[in-house]
Design a protein around this ligand. Structure first.
Ligand code: TYD
Length: 139
């Protein structure tokens, strides 16, 4: 089952006059060591991306730093939908959880990841994902 606590609230420091800063710190608002960050931008309106899960222990936090991104997470049993539209908010995507994302135009999604990029770590085939998620639950 997907945890009820997938949303991370980052601190927000500043004012309307100055603007704001938010912070993700390992051991505080980020529950894993960060080995990689990447960001997705300049997507056409309502662009669908994602459509995969990760085989191994890849933990990620998704932060919509501009615009709005709809995210659906699915662990093979339960599906949860999230609207990311606030840079103070992070969505934790655990390992072996399928993510489907829809981007509004001019959105920027920043991702904090616990591991380096590995192409072979991706599960892009939905049926294969269902099988792997099922086997993982069986132990
Ligand atoms: P992908 O993860 O499929 O993007 P999305 O989930 O947003 O649809 O990655 C798109 C391309 O970028 C793919 O060819 C792999 C490459 N890529 C890297 O080379 N390094 C990375 O860290 C990431 C995340 C992707």
């Amino acid at each position: 089952m997907l945890s009820d606590n997938l949303i991370i609230q980052f601190p927000k420091i500043g004012s309307e006059q100055q603007g704001y800063i938010s912070i993700a710190e390992v051991g505080k608002t980020c529950p894993f060591e960060i080995q990689r960050t990447y960001w997705i931008y300049d997507c056409p309106e309502f662009m669908k991306r994602g459509g995969h899960a990760h085989r191994h222990n890849l933990h990620q936090i998704l932060i919509c730093v501009a615009g709005q991104v709809e995210v659906a997470l699915f662990d093979g049993v339960e599906k949860k939908a999230f609207t990311l539209d606030n840079p103070t908010m992070g969505l934790y995507q655990p390992p072996l959880v399928w993510g489907d994302l829809i981007y509004q135009q001019n959105s920027v999604l920043l991702v904090l990841a616990s591991k380096l990029y590995a192409a072979e770590d991706y599960i892009r085939d939905y049926q294969e994902f269902l099988q792997i998620a099922h086997s993982a639950r069986e132990g």
